[in-house]
Ligand binder design. Sequence first.
Ligand SMILES: CC(C)(COP(=O)(O)OP(=O)(O)OC[C@H]1O[C@@H](n2cnc3c(N)ncnc32)[C@H](O)[C@@H]1OP(=O)(O)O)[C@@H](O)C(=O)NCCC(=O)NCCS
Length: 192
Amino acid sequence: MIYFKGTPVLRTNRLNLRKLCMDDTQRAFDHWLSDERISDHRVSPAHKTIAETHKRMEKTVDGYVSKEFCHWGIELKDGSGLIGEIDLYDFDSSTGNCEVSYSIGYDWWNKGYGTEALKAVVEFAFIHMNVHKLSAAHNTDNPASGRIMEKAGMKQEGVIRHMIRNAKDQYKDCAVYGLLREEYLLQREGDV
Ligand SMILES: CC(C)(COP(=O)(O)OP(=O)(O)OC[C@H]1O[C@@H](n2cnc3c(N)ncnc32)[C@H](O)[C@@H]1OP(=O)(O)O)[C@@H](O)C(=O)NCCC(=O)NCCS
C-alpha cells in the first residue's frame, strides 16, 4: 500500500526539491518546456507560447490539493534558481507501483543534478511512501537518462521497440528500467 504524502520539500547537497508555483512559469518555459533539446526526449511537444506553460503550471499547482500528487521543481540551493522538474505518477493501487520522469534545463546538464534529484525522489518513494516498484523508460537515443537511472540503482529490464511516437511523429525504441523496494533496501544496506 502506498502512503501518499503529497509533495514535501526534499533537500540534497546542492538542491531543494519543492512544489512549483505560478511564479516559476517563465523560467520553466525558458529553460526546459520550450526547448526541443528536452522535448525531443519526452512525449509532450515543446511549448511554443508562454500561455501553454501557464496552463500547464496551473494544472500542476491545482494538483497539489491532492496528497496523491508528487511533482517537484528542482532548485539550486546556491540561490541561482529553478533548473528542472521531477515527478512520480501512474500510481497503481493494486501493485503499489509507479513511474518517475524528469527534465533538467540544458544549461545544467552533466553536472550531476539529474542524478542527485532522482536519488532523492527514489529514496522518498521507497522509504516514505512505501512504493513497491519504481519504473521509467528512456528513448534509446537518450543514453544520459539511462545513465542517471543506473546511478540511482535502477536496472534495465529490456527494450521495447516503437514504444512511443513523439511530437515529431517519430517512433522511438525505449529502454525500460525498474527498481524494486526490496532491491533498494539491500543497496542502501550495502552503502552504509
Ligand atoms: C536526462 C537528464 C535529466 C540528465 O540530467 P543531468 O543533470 O545532465 O544528469 P547527470 O549530470 O546527473 O548525469 C548524466 C550522465 O549521463 C552521461 N551522459 C551524458 N550524455 C551521454 C551520452 N550521450 N551517452 C552516454 N552517457 C551520457 C553523463 O556522462 C553522466 O554520467 P556520469 O556521471 O557517469 O559521467 C537531462 O539530460 C534531461 O533533462 N534530458 C532531457 C529530458 C529527458 O531526457 N528526460 C527523461 C526522459 S526519460
